[in-house]
Design a protein. Structure first.
Length: 59
């Protein structure tokens, strides 16, 4: 399978979940939202740490 087939398969699976599994998608979206918030916090923390390290080296 090439890249476009994988993307199409993923989009199709998401559409099926949206159409047929409202409770499943509610659980999935809440889990994805929690993971998204966690990822944002981790990325922001890493950016702040790298920025502070660069600022410390410049002084």
């Amino acid at each position: 399978m090439n890249k476009y087939q994988k993307i199409t398969l993923l989009v199709g699976a998401i559409i099926l979940l949206l159409v047929f599994g409202k409770t499943i998608t509610k659980i999935g979206f809440s889990a994805m939202a929690l993971m998204g918030k966690g990822l944002i916090i981790i990325v922001a923390t890493l950016l702040i740490i790298s920025f502070l390290k660069k600022a410390g080296k410049n002084k």
